[in-house]
Ligand binder design. Structure first.
Ligand SMILES: [Zn+2]
Length: 227
């Protein structure tokens, strides 16, 4: 009976699973040659420890980032499945600017958009737009040296939009927009397409570590040439 009770209260969308990531890198002196060797293992017991190239470590790092992303998504899925239900959607009525008839709007769930049409009292059905702004994005970059006084431009914010009373039902489905740079958007991403973009950016970040190493190497070489 206790098992049945657990089943009844467990989040239905989640199955029992675990994700483990092991990424062990070591540089050790070879006992015979005394030369340093680079070794990699992704086994918690280091059972598969083997000598590798830096390029093999980079390739494995991409795999490990995907695994960690999957673990993060599992934690977020868990939170979503066990969190309190969404607050009651906000419903309001204005006049349809085209017909003059009442236009009953129910906001997209968790909409935090401004909705200036409510103050106007009327709008075209295809112009009502709900937005959930990405208000917690701490990533700010000084792009083109601009916005320095504000700490930079918020970068790669993910906004969620829908047109809740659009005559085309497809436009009412919430989609994501990535604000790559302020006033520059990647729009109309469904959840799968958004995940692909996130994976590409993760790979890009790994590749940037390679470029960082290139930069350090080139600067060291430059310093030596100047000496
Ligand atoms: Zn809204």
């Amino acid at each position: 009976m206790s098992r049945m009770a657990q089943t009844a209260t467990a989040p239905s969308a989640l199955t029992e699973q675990s994700i483990t990531s092991t990424f062990h890198i070591e540089v050790m002196d070879d006992l015979e040659t005394s030369r340093p060797t680079l070794s990699l293992s992704t086994d918690p017991t280091l059972g598969d420890l083997q000598v590798v190239t830096a390029a093999q470590v980079v390739a494995k790092a991409v795999e490990q980032h995907r695994l960690i992303d999957k673990a993060v998504r599992l934690a977020l899925d868990y939170e979503a499945a066990t969190a309190a239900p969404a607050p009651e959607p906000h419903a309001w009525t204005i006049a349809d600017r085209d017909s003059g008839l009442p236009l009953n709007v129910t906001c997209m769930s968790r909409c935090n958009g401004f909705h200036p049409e409510r103050a106007d009292g009327m709008a075209r059905a295809d112009s009502v737009n709900c937005t959930q702004y990405d208000t917690a994005n701490p990533t700010e970059l000084l792009i083109n040296g601009g916005a320095e006084e504000f700490g930079g431009y918020a970068t790669l914010s993910v906004e969620i939009h829908s047109d809740p009373v659009h005559p085309d039902p497809a436009k009412r489905v919430p989609v994501a927009s990535i604000e790559v740079v302020e006033d520059h958007y990647v729009e109309d991403l469904d959840p799968d397409a958004l995940a692909v973009v996130i994976d590409k950016l993760q790979e890009r970040v790994t590749a940037m570590h390679v470029r960082h190493a290139d930069l350090v190497r080139i600067r060291n070489e430059h310093a030596r040439q100047q000496a």
